[in-house]
Structures are given as structure tokens and as C-alpha cells.
Design a protein around this ligand. Structure first.
Ligand SMILES: NC(=O)c1ccc[n+]([C@@H]2O[C@H](COP(=O)([O-])OP(=O)(O)OC[C@H]3O[C@@H](n4cnc5c(N)ncnc54)[C@H](OP(=O)(O)O)[C@@H]3O)[C@@H](O)[C@H]2O)c1
Length: 248
């Protein structure tokens, strides 16, 4: 998708988490959803349903990010590589002072991530697995054998604020792109860490109570607790609508 409005320059000053003194990456989230709000079918078998334009937009957003983050099921249910996509985007990254390929960050709180996932067979950039403290030793060792680093933040649940702070200080991640799925997204929303949300609305209805949506988890019990975002732009290209929301 061509950008609806010229993309704002990234802030020159570090992005600072509201009400804290930690320095965090700026987090952009990008998701494709059906007209009924689903990001995959119930089985997870069909989750790539955007047009080629949508795919180009995904690669464009990746080219603006130092790191790409995804949840364990997004990574091990499909043969994803989380790469820049092509020489054109690699060159754009280098021109902007970034590494040719993004750092890849996979979230797997209990370490259930499949060590044989396709992503581990593509060694073009480092892969970091973020876990909580309660990963069995055996699983941790299996992941350590395939990832470049396995890091724990938090005890029973991942402390995402601490994890993002570490990504910024240890790996220089200023711009982080989160590519789902719904469970990971929900945790980032809940922690108030999402700065910008890109949604491609695709002209399909999947239905299904168990089909995942953009934000899973427990959900909020009342409107007052909803996370607020402001619509910044909307653009129709072909049969799809490209929406950009910013933090309210
Ligand atoms: N349409 C789209 O744009 C799009 C984008 C991405 C994904 N998808 C689809 O969405 C589906 C996956 O979404 P999903 O919500 O089921 O899974 P997900 O968020 O990709 O992955 C869930 C797993 O990630 C780890 N995780 C996520 N949040 C965590 C947290 N707060 N703390 C600790 N660990 C956390 C957990 O791993 P452990 O089990 O190891 O603890 C959890 O089981 C797939 O079908 C995928 O293809 C669609």
C-alpha cells in the first residue's frame, strides 16, 4: 500500500515510556484482518489473506524497523522467516543506517516455541527468544541451541517493559515492529507499549468463535478500561482499506 499520508519522521529524541524513566523502542503494530475482525481461521491454517499490496506494505514497515517481534504461534504455525523481503528493502534499510536485515524477536513465555520452525533455518540475522522465568530447563536448552539468545524477563509472566528496555539498550532497537499474533498483541496493548497500529481490512468474513482477533487475552470488562487510539489515516486501495491509528 502506498502510505496514506507521508510518514512522520521518527523522533530524534528517545521515546520514553509514559510515567517512567526507562527508554523504550517506538512500537508499531501491523496486522491484516477480515471484515469480521479475524486474523486467521480457527485452526490457524489460513492467516495470510492480504493482497500483494498488503504484503508490500508489510515489507515497507519492516524496512523502517530495527527489530521485528512475533509470538510463538505466529512463528511456528506458518513457515515465516521475518526477513526484509528483498534487495530493494535491504538497500533502503542500509541507506537509513540500519542493518540489512532486522533483528528477529520471538516471544515464547513457556518456551513452547518449536525449535524446528522455519525461522531458525534462515540465519540472515540474529534471533532472540524472549521467555518468562518458568521455562523448563530442557526447553530452554533446546531453544538456546537454535536461537542466538534466550532471555527471561519476569517470573511467571513476561515483563514486556523490561524486555523492550533491554532490546533498546543492548541491541539499539529504536523502532520495533510487532507482527502479532493476537495473544502477543494483547500483552503489548495491556502494558501500554503500542505507539502506532496499522490494520489492513480485507474483504472476507471468516467467522468462528475460536478464530483469533487482533487482541486476544482476557479483554477489558468495561469501556472505561479500553485502550484508546486515534484514527490517523484511512485509505482504500483496491478491495482493501489501510488504517493507521496512533496513541490517543
Ligand atoms: N493476519 C495477520 O496479520 C496475522 C499476523 C500474525 C499472526 N497471525 C495468525 O495468528 C495466529 C497466532 O496468533 P495467537 O494469538 O494464537 O498466537 P501468538 O500471539 O502468535 O503466539 C502465542 C504464543 O506466544 C507466546 N506469547 C504471546 N504472548 C505472550 C505473553 N504475554 N507472555 C508470554 N508468552 C506470550 C506464548 O508462547 P508459549 O506458549 O511458549 O508461552 C503463546 O502461546 C496464527 O494463526 C497466525 O498465523 C495473523
Amino acid at each position: 500500500m502506498p502510505p496514506a499520508t507521508p510518514r512522520k519522521a521518527r523522533p530524534a529524541t528517545p521515546h520514553t515510556g509514559a510515567g517512567t524513566d526507562v527508554t523504550l523502542p517506538r512500537v508499531t503494530m501491523n496486522m491484516a484482518m477480515t471484515a469480521d475482525g479475524k486474523i486467521a481461521t480457527a485452526s490457524g491454517g489460513l492467516s495470510s489473506f492480504g493482497s500483494p499490496r498488503d504484503h508490500q506494505e508489510l515489507l515497507r514497515l519492516r524496512s523502517l524497523a530495527d527489530g521485528i517481534m512475533a509470538g510463538a504461534r505466529t512463528v511456528d504455525q506458518q513457515p515465516v522467516t521475518m526477513g526484509s523481503g528483498s534487495e530493494k528493502f535491504r538497500r533502503a534499510r542500509v541507506r537509513a543506517g540500519r542493518s540489512p536485515e532486522p533483528l528477529r524477536i520471538i516471544v515464547s513465555g513457556s518456551g513452547s516455541l518449536n525449535p524446528e520452525a522455519e525461522v531458525f533455518k534462515n540465519r540472515f540475522s540474529p534471533i532472540i527468544v524472549l521467555t518468562s522465568g518458568n521455562v523448563p530447563d530442557r526447553r530452554r536448552k533446546m531453544l538456546q541451541a537454535v536461537a542466538d539468545d534466550v532471555r527471561s524477563f519476569g517470573t511467571s509472566q513476561i515483563d514486556f517493559r523490561a524486555a523492550l528496555c533491554w532490546l533498546r539498550s543492548a541491541h539499539g532497537i529504536r523502532d520495533l515492529l510487532c507482527e502479532g499474533g493476537g495473544e502477543l498483541n494483547d500483552a503489548l496493548f495491556a502494558a501500554g507499549l503500542v505507539d502506532e497500529l496499522h490494520i489492513t481490512v480485507c474483504p472476507f468474513i471468516f467467522g468462528g468463535r475460536k478464530s483469533p482477533t487482533i487482541a486476544e487475552g482476557a479483554g477489558v470488562p468495561r469501556l472505561a478500561l479500553a485502550r484508546n487510539f486515534k484514527l490517523q489515516s484511512i485509505r482504500r486501495v483496491g478491495l482493501e482499506h489501510f488504517l493507521v491509528y496512533g496513541k490517543d
